[in-house]
Design a protein around this ligand. Sequence first.
Ligand code: P5A
Length: 446
Amino acid sequence: MRLSRYFLPVLKETPADAQIASHRYMLRAGMIRQQAAGIYSWLPLGFKVLKRIEQIVHEEQQRAGHIPMLMPTIQPADLWRESGRYDAYGPEMLRIRDRHDRDMLFGPTNEEMITDIFRAHVASYKSLPLTLYHIQWKFRDEIRPRFGVMRGREFYMKDGYNFDLTKEDALHAYNRHMVSYLRTYERMGLTAIPMRADSGPIGGDDTHEFLVLAPTGESDVFYDAGVTELKLGDREIDYDDRAQVKGVCDEFTSLYARTDETHDEALYGEVPEDRRRHGKGIEVGQIFYFGTKYSEPMGANVQGPDGAKVPVHMGSHGIGVSRLVGAIIEASHDDNGIIWPEGVTPFHVGIVNMRVGDEACDATSTALYGTLKTLGLDPLLDDTDERAGAKFATMDLIGLPWRITVGPRGLKNGVVELTSRRTGESEELSPEAAVQKLAALYEGHL
Ligand code: P5A
């Protein structure tokens, strides 16, 4: 993309009502615009990051064997009356009446709807196990929407639902989700720690939240410092291998890590004192096993191997896709702006043409731009006639991990400058060497 033709409405001023870095930078970098409390438009730069995150979520869900689909945002109230949640959900549910006086709602989650789909089309245990998921907008009329996309009213969620014959099978689905989530967050450059939590309006006793540690997080967390060292890395996972998947879950959940909802002072006291930590975290996902809570009242039964009809065991599993944009910024920024991890950056590299109109600068910038694109990279070329200082400030603000600076002085010696946004370190390279280096850096991220 050429910056001169892009839509990047950056703000110079710090918005007064934005209290945390991610909200400030998302507004200043022209990523979002608030349209009503907790409701945002995603401007092109923000939309690009949202889509990169969504793509990683899709890839990791499908790697785990889960099947994508799409359900609507608007749901009939009657489905929720069947499960008993229409009244139980409370004022967070946005209730709507259509022109025929039918009660509808803007879905805050989809347990009822997916259970309805399942009961209409699946009758035998032979169709199990089954995990369906979608990525769709949700609405929760939060009492205090705040911190930008972190606690929105309209927000984008990946929600998946597993259907299994037995509790044991459903717990494997739970474990599979835990491992796939660990991989998903790691690909985004995040450490998200699974913590025992409370199930709230979704239900069930088994639930873990995934928390990114950050002082601006809204959840109180207590943990053994050892959990922050755990990494899934690039180990091979066979998602059908129950023992392996459970082994990974045990590794990630055996040390103490709980939110304040389930915090247990006695158990915490058993953690060696020098490893006890109490801090704040951002909840970027949650997984649940709730057995037959929805299948029983809604009649989602299958015929088992012995011919008897039994309600299926279910769980649901959510990732806060739009919240992740904010969470990643909270975890990765400095005083000058955002620092995107390579896995989610909106553009892979910014090319700053220091003297637009200079023949050599224009030719080299354009050639770099073309070559990078041919290699499958997505560069942003600053071909505007802003001053150098303003160009660098914008690049720092929008946080592309790499910047190539093309200036007349360097070109006289046949070099451009490649700068890391994270370390601020620069090196002078020939344009060809800069391209090669970037291609190598992004291997595995394309
Ligand atoms: C699991 C999927 C559920 O709704 N039903 C379907 C289950 N879980 S949850 O924990 O309530 O939500 C899943 C994730 O969505 C994000 N989230 C939000 N993001 C932005 N603004 C909000 N108001 C908001 N509410 C929830 C969180 O990341 C949460 O973990």
